[in-house]
Write a protein that binds this ligand. Structure first.
Ligand SMILES: [Zn+2]
Ligand SMILES: [Zn+2]
Length: 226
């Protein structure tokens, strides 16, 4: 990260998403940092260029800071302890596990199978894998994820079974994508997102992330990072 001011903005965005399930506004970041709004906007642009944050289409607000989403998406993540009133939007199946990993928290994840529409609800945590029958479909190869990262996350969905993921693919996008077990995606989310909220977090370089993919068995051209 290029400057300590950018780092401060990044950390405030992550802390707000983690604590409150929403992203701070430019005005809020200006108040919290003592910078003017134009300076905050420039730093948000810089963080977006580095893929640290994902801006909204108009660029004046935060859309995602992986694994968190500032707007409703297909997954609702709830602390497994029902007395805790926090909630988060999981941008995708992977990010939902990522929120659990980043917060070091057992969660319940609620979504719907895109093929049959069934409500799918499962619990998982840093040391608790999701049920083994669930499947996750990735719509496009790793090299293309950031061409449209919100669109990519939107399509990384949990199906109630591998069969339903295969049927959805045959009907909507024959021959495309990759179907993994939810357990594999959960294994991936731990090392990918587990350090995201630590004070000394440093963005992973490409080789580190490629090694994480390889370690959980996601290898070959589909999984080659750009
Ligand atoms: Zn289904
Ligand atoms: Zn995602």
């Amino acid at each position: 990260m290029s400057t300590s001011a950018a780092r401060q903005i990044r950390d405030l965005v992550y802390d707000t998403l983690a604590d409150e399930g929403r992203a701070p506004s430019v005005a809020e970041l200006a108040r919290l940092t003592g910078l003017n709004r134009a300076a905050v906007q420039n730093l948000l642009d810089e963080l977006a260029q580095a893929h640290t944050l994902v801006p909204t289409t108009d660029g004046d607000a935060i859309r995602m800071a992986h694994p968190f989403s500032a707007a409703p998406m297909a997954f609702v993540v709830t602390p497994a302890d029902g007395r805790d009133d926090r909630r988060w939007w999981g941008g995708c199946a992977w990010d939902s596990f990522g929120i659990s990993a980043a917060l070091h928290l057992d969660v319940r994840i609620d979504t719907a199978c895109p093929w049959c529409g069934s409500h799918v609800s499962y619990t998982s945590g840093p040391t608790t894998p999701p049920p083994g029958d669930l499947a996750v479909r990735f719509p496009r190869p790793a090299a293309e994820w950031w061409n449209d990262v919100v669109g990519t996350c939107t399509m990384i969905r949990t199906f109630c079974s591998r069969e339903h993921a295969e049927q959805w693919t045959a009907a909507h996008d024959p021959g495309a994508g990759y179907i993994a077990s939810a357990t594999t995606v959960w294994e991936l989310a731990g090392p990918w997102y587990g350090d995201r909220l630590t004070p000394d977090f440093q963005p992973h370089d490409r080789a580190t992330n490629q090694a994480i993919l390889e370690r959980v068995g996601l290898t070959g051209p589909f999984w080659r990072l750009p």
